[in-house]
Ligand binder design. Sequence first.
Ligand code: 13P
Length: 247
Amino acid sequence: MGKPLIAGNWKMHGTAESARNLATQLSHHKFQENAVEMIIFPPLVHISAVSDVLANSRISLGAQNVSQYPNGAYTGEVSAEMLVDQGCKYVLVGHSERRVVFGESDQTVAEKFRAAQNAGLIPILCVGESLKQRQQDATFEVVAKQISAVIDLVGLDKVCQSVIAYEPIWAIGTGETASPEQAQDVHAAIRTQLGEAGRLTTLLYGGSVNKGNAAELFKQPDINGGLVGGASLEADEFLNIAQLVEA
Ligand code: 13P
């Protein structure tokens, strides 16, 4: 079984002050010895402020995006090394909002994954199908292809050392969650694709997770935790969800 994780993707929300406040509330929580690892992903511009708040806490820091290039003339981009320098341990790659809104291809996602790992970050590779693809029964094929693109570039072992988040696009920010069975079926298929080397890979579910639906999702054998959007913007709600991940 993969190491249990709970991740909060704040997306493009909040001011420096609200980011500091939310991180402070989370950092004051008394986690139990065996509690899951919590990771928060603030907007890039607030990373430094949040990093200061988390300095002596057991909460990990991550970034929502990273450049595929190590350094140079890439206006507006931020390298993996810069994220490490700011205290990040994780980075999201291939979030569907990056793929759909910003046109990131499977190849770009794979290159970002490689750049992150080369700098010592743990990538959380996000995969998932659109509503149309699900209706066309293409879910398993789409997810397998997104993962294969990364395996082709970095190799299976490197992918197995990362975290994979299954986030069906139709469930993101819609209030419509994949049923525990639907989510488990895709997680099991991912586990099968990774083979023996992926037995211990952490697989997360994301898409309208809240404290009401999280317990059933996290009980599934191949779901090791969650990647939470909207519900991670409120400390109590996010902490409630975190407690439902079995450590
Ligand atoms: P919501 O939890 O708001 O649906 O967002 C999920 C997500 O995209 C996390 O990365």
